[in-house]
Design a protein around this ligand. Sequence first.
Ligand code: NDP
Length: 333
Amino acid sequence: MTTNTEFKAWRVEDHNGDYHGSEQTLSTADLPEGDVLIRVGYSSLNYKDALSASGNKGVTRSFPHTPGIDAAGEVVESTPGSPAPGSQVIVTGYDLGMNTAGGFGEYIRVPAAWCVPMPHGWDSRTAMIYGTAGLTAGLCVQKLLTMGATPEQGKVAVTGASGAVGSVAVEILANLGFDVVAVSGKADHTESLKALGAKEVVGRDALAEDKKPMLKPTFANAIDTVGGAPLAELLKQIQPGGSVSICGLVAGVPLNTTVLPFILRGINLLGVDSVEIPLADKEAVWEKLSGEWKCPTTEASAKDISRSELDSALKAFLKGKSSGKIVLDHAKS
Ligand code: NDP
């Protein structure tokens, strides 16, 4: 690893508690030690990037820092036994973009154990349209299927449906033949959610707080991307034996529920982590996303932005105003 190359990165600095991101010129010598130096073609925007960029210490401890928990690109240097120079790889999760310089820079250097080979027929942009959000949606679907969920059992709810995880979950489930009920706070996204395959679109009031300990069992299964009070209400509406995959916290971290949905209806609460799971588990879901779980509508509607557009796009995430998939194209000016 001898070559030092200058590159551009969107770097966040701490100005006495005021966190501000801007484009800066760095050198590959500034990157951490690692097996694989990657020229990043595309990154993807995630809620966690917005937290990092706003100075959330639970995500990023020290600044200046380059966020970007996702990256896809070409290996330019590597140690023996690592993905070879010239190969295309995907890196998501682990410490990327948290306390390791991430995909909002044109180069990253990471352990070989973080690199998934690019699925056949895919390029960096396609991989980043899915990104961590698509991987997480895939893991949520996989957990439901592992528990025996089938379209014949009834409706499946997806909360935070217009978001990055929710929208991919809607499209995968719809393509698998499930009747998807998209729960969304954005009335103006009804048509786009139906285009993804949702059979019904309902407002967040479908999961408004209700003092009753149990409610009508409306959904056979569900994917919840928001957590908090809406999840507690959702659990009361799951049919006997149903399952709920959960991955998110935008509506709150505390989960105030009772044991009743579990002991009266035998429902299953399935936690999903896309970050620290073994690389082979990620690879298996990437393969599905590039094949039988492909989401043509999501792929066609993804929006490309440049580094200079990151600031406003990340702020929209924090306000819950983001929708669909956004990719960072390092070649876009
Ligand atoms: P987005 O911001 O793209 O989507 C979240 C969606 O949730 C919004 O679009 C909105 O959808 C809905 N929402 C936002 N705020 C609220 C609120 N206060 N109450 C109810 N609904 C709300 O985020 P992502 O889809 O990227 O991520 C979703 C969650 O999953 C996040 O918490 C993220 O941290 C987590 N995550 C977890 C991963 C894991 O490995 N466990 C990996 C990736 C993400 P609508 O307007 O349609 O209701």
